[in-house]
Design a protein around this ligand. Structure first.
Ligand code: G3I
Length: 387
């Protein structure tokens, strides 16, 4: 089993100390001279090694990575190279959710996520798990059961089995995802969901205890969205999540980290709200992960790609400028790395206001060419000295 330090060293690409890395030139190119747009980038391979997001993140004690749709990794060697060159950590977008992992009560479909785990091991990367409990991923077969004690037993058994399967292998787990929904007007701001309806509000504590019992060292994370902006709605959600997490800590619930999904919108304001939110968790001794970063620019009126890319990059810079100075932030993952695979252009993307144009939310375009936000991410890693 790897120690925490070894885990981070692995996510940064190699099990060496920073001093040794400096001595071998591994950190070259991410020194004090910030290299923004290099003169020519003919291929994404030109941005590998010391020029990569992975290397620039490493220099500041961060691990950069991406979500991936596993079948794509299994088929596309170019994409595999992009991932292994740029990422220190991967998370499967879908394949560890209940619907994918539990086609029936008696089946666990570990094949795809296990193959991604093998890929991360071959490429000296970390892997995180997403997610053990999410209201949007509840299989039909469990919804048909009308005995609450039975549902509770299946819930605990699922978390136990899945966490044991990966015990000692993952950096972190999103144990519970998106449990807060102020619009539901339930006590504590909890979301009305299958889990809430059948197990009551205690399902969150139950999930964290079951995960810890099955894997003593993995970082147990609460992950949510809609907390990033400087606006009243996001401020209220931040308040509710902070209250929930403080309650968990006071009851001795084993929570190690809070995930900020970071699905941003171009043109919105990001700053003090998220900075204070991160600091509140820092004060509680928790780590903070930016788990699903991307920028939706549906609201941008201009169709000019260069203009749109500049606005998207500015949004990355503004948000990361608020988040990264805090040393509690340990991971930055974009939700996919190339626009070719983003959920914002996908079948499940119901939010599209501009149906005649594709979204460009990620560091690499559909041809794996770096975009302005690649440089915005990389420069942000370099710029923010963490306390
Ligand atoms: O795999 C099937 C495929 O066999 C089938 O042919 C195809 C046609 O319907 O669907 C495929 O599954 C889709 C899957 O993505 C893989 O592409 C599902 O319909 C679709 O619902 C699923 O959407 C995912 C969504 O979560 C719901 O699980 C997105 O890829 C994924 O990016 C998104 O991720 C969520 C995070 O988990 C939580 N935070 C928000 C984030 C974005 O919505």
């Amino acid at each position: 089993m790897l120690s925490r330090r070894e885990f981070i060293a692995k996510g940064t690409g190699t099990v060496v100390t920073m001093a040794a890395a400096a001595g071998t030139g591994l950190l070259a190119g991410c020194g004090n001279n910030i290299e923004s747009h290099p003169p020519t980038v003919n291929s994404f391979h030109d941005l590998a090694g010391p020029r990569s997001l992975r290397a620039h993140a490493r220099r500041h004690g961060l691990v950069y990575g991406s979500a991936v749709v596993i079948p794509v990794v299994e088929k596309n060697t170019d994409f595999d190279s992009l991932l292994s060159e740029q990422c220190g950590i991967l998370v499967p977008s879908n394949e560890l959710k209940w619907v994918a992992l539990r086609p029936s009560r008696d089946e666990f479909n570990f094949g795809p996520p296990d193959s991604l785990y093998d890929f991360t091991q071959r490429n000296h990367m970390l892997m995180r798990g997403h997610t053990l409990c999410w209201h949007e991923s509840v299989p039909g077969w469990i919804r048909k059961i009308d005995n609450k004690d039975e549902i509770k037993q299946i819930f605990v058994d699922h978390i136990t089995n899945v966490c044991k399967h990966y015990a000692g292998k993952l950096q972190s787990w999103d144990v519970v995802n998106e449990a807060i929904d102020p619009a539901a007007k339930l006590p504590g701001g909890l979301r009305k969901s299958f889990w809430y309806d059948n197990l009551g509000p205690d399902y969150i504590d139950l999930a964290f205890h079951a995960a810890r019992a099955a894997d003593p060292n993995v970082k147990l994370t609460y992950n949510d969205y809609g907390v990033e902006g400087d606006n009243d709605g996001d401020a209220e959600k931040r308040r509710l999540i902070l209250e929930m997490v403080k309650g968990m800590k006071s009851r001795g619930v084993p929570i190690d980290a809070v995930g900020i999904q970071s699905h941003l919108n171009a043109g919105q304001k990001y700053g003090q709200g998220v900075a204070d939110y991160i600091e509140a968790f820092h004060q509680l001794g928790l780590e903070v992960y930016l788990t699903e970063l991307d920028v939706n620019d549906d609201a941008t009126v201009s169709n000019d790609v260069a203009e749109r890319d500049a606005i998207i990059a500015k949004t990355y810079t503004e948000f990361l400028g608020a988040a990264l100075p805090n040393p509690a932030v340990k991971l930055v993952l974009t939700w996919d790395i190339s626009d070719r695979f983003t959920w914002l252009n996908g079948i499940g993307s119901h939010r599209k206001k501009q149906p005649n144009r594709s979204q460009r939310p990620l560091p690499f375009d559909v041809d794996f060419k770096p975009k302005d936000c690649f440089y915005a991410l990389r420069d942000s890693f370099d710029r923010h000295k963490r306390a």
